[in-house]
Design a protein around this ligand. Structure first.
Ligand SMILES: Nc1ncnc2c1ncn2[C@@H]1O[C@H](COP(=O)(O)OP(=O)(O)OP(=O)(O)O)[C@@H](O)[C@H]1O
Ligand SMILES: [Mg+2]
Length: 402
């Protein structure tokens, strides 16, 4: 009986939490805290399957760091495996388990964990992970966790709740199994080994990865500056894998604004002329002077690049990218050559463009602090996307520091 009392207490508290919460994430967070407390576990997380993708995301976590938005593919890692099989598991040291190598779930495990599927007869909704119990997991604790998860899954099903990590789901660009090879002397070097990625309208997507892993290569393929060896590039659903020269020129002109690490402004044109030059060859350009004002360089219109600081030149580049009024801005390490304050100013501008203009920005960086302002963060490793994170609470550029 004493045993049942824990279950009854948990169920009543969870019922209350589910009833009083207005949002799915909020009710999952409350349920998680209830379960951690009643089952005496140090930390835990709830993972839910996204309705649009074959991925399972952290919707609530109560460790020291906010890990919401971390995700694994169904079947991948331990979380993805339990979600797929529907079979609970007790895991020792999941962080170092071979199955979690290279998957996002590794960092959410403790030294001893219980992984329970959240399922009904009709479907699997996600997974509960509980870590570091005050004493080893016994049958009764497992039963309470399983029953509570089944109860929560039923509630989700009855209410028809769906988890959507990505709010705006208009897809602007898609890469499908994109492969890129370079000939290096006699050797063929496969840099991208099958990239699958959807880029959504109006998102700030940050791309991380070690030097040489293919970030710039991927960006160049998206921007039509380079072509994939194999695979598909879709622009608003249309196949753009083998464009004609004319289509390519038009695409780059109308869709893409590029911001590079090196500023590559035309040295013999002034700041304003550098922007006007691009505006003239664009289909729906914005006002060049206004763009210069926007990047706070109204007083430098007549300056040549050589008489401007690095940060000022980078801001001219941003003005030059946005004057085209492109749908997508591709930024390859735009702050790498800048000091902290100048870099932060550049990031504030990028944030403003995404927010005010709804422009999609894909930004490559080595700086993981910058990833905090992204809507999503993808990591490239060994020619593939090794993780996709949705940032549930993106920071403002102003709040970042490095
Ligand atoms: N035009 C090219 N010809 C041959 N090899 C190339 C070419 N462009 C890139 N590579 C090779 O492809 C790999 C990926 O290069 P890429 O520039 O995409 O890396 P990256 O992730 O952007 O690195 P970094 O962070 O240093 O900028 C590297 O090994 C590079 O040497
Ligand atoms: Mg690069």
């Amino acid at each position: 009986m004493a045993n049942d009392s824990r279950f009854i207490k948990a169920i009543y508290s969870i019922m209350d939490a589910l009833k009083s919460s207005t949002q799915l994430a909020e009710s999952m967070e409350s349920s998680l805290n209830i379960l951690c407390s009643i089952l005496e576990c140090k930390s835990g997380s709830f993972w839910m399957q996204s309705i649009e993708e074959k991925r399972v995301y952290v919707i609530a976590s109560n460790g020291p760091e906010d890990k919401t938005g971390y995700s694994v593919n169904i079947g991948e890692g331990i979380i993805g495996a339990v979600h797929q099989s529907g079979l609970r598991e007790i895991v020792k040291d999941g962080m170092h388990d071979p199955r979690t190598a290279d998957t996002d779930d590794a960092s959410l495990f403790g030294s001893l964990s219980l992984v329970v599927p959240m399922k009904t007869l009709h479907g699997s909704y996600g997974v509960l992970l509980l870590n570091d119990p005050s004493r080893p997991f016994d049958e009764e604790t497992i039963r309470v966790a399983e029953n509570c998860c089944a109860f929560i899954a039923l509630d989700i099903e009855e209410k028809g709740l769906a988890f959507k990590p990505i709010k705006n789901k208009n897809i602007l660009v898609s890469l499908r199994d994109v492969i890129k090879e370079f000939q290096n002397g006699d050797e063929l070097h496969r840099v991208l080994k099958g990239i699958d990625l959807d880029v959504y309208e109006g998102e700030l997507l940050v791309v991380l990865g070690e030097s040489g892993c293919g970030k710039s290569t991927m960006l160049n393929i998206i921007g039509g500056m380079d072509q994939a060896t194999d695979g598909q590039l879709l622009i608003e659903g249309k196949d753009f894998s083998h464009p004609t020269e004319a289509e390519l020129t038009q695409f780059r002109r109308d869709y893409i604004g590029f911001i590079f690490q090196s500023y590559n402004l035309m040295p013999n044109l002034t700041a304003l002329e550098n922007i006007e030059f691009i505006a003239e060859i664009s289909q729906h350009p914005l006002e060049s002077e206004e763009m210069l004002e926007l990047v706070d360089l109204g007083d430098k219109a007549g300056n040549y690049p050589s008489s401007m600081s690095g940060g000022q030149q980078q801001r001219v580049c941003i003005a030059r990218a946005i004057v085209k009024n492109p749908k997508i801005i591709l930024a390859d390490e735009p702050t790498a050559a800048l000091d902290f304050h100048t870099g932060q100013d550049v990031l504030k501008l990028i944030e403003q463009i995404v927010q005010d203009r709804g422009t999609t920005v894909i930004m490559v960086t080595h700086n993981i602090e910058i990833a905090k302002m992204a809507n999503r963060v993808i990591r490239l490793k060994d020619g593939r996307i090794s993780s996709i994170r949705v940032n549930m609470h993106p920071r403002h550029a102003e709040e970042l520091s490095w």
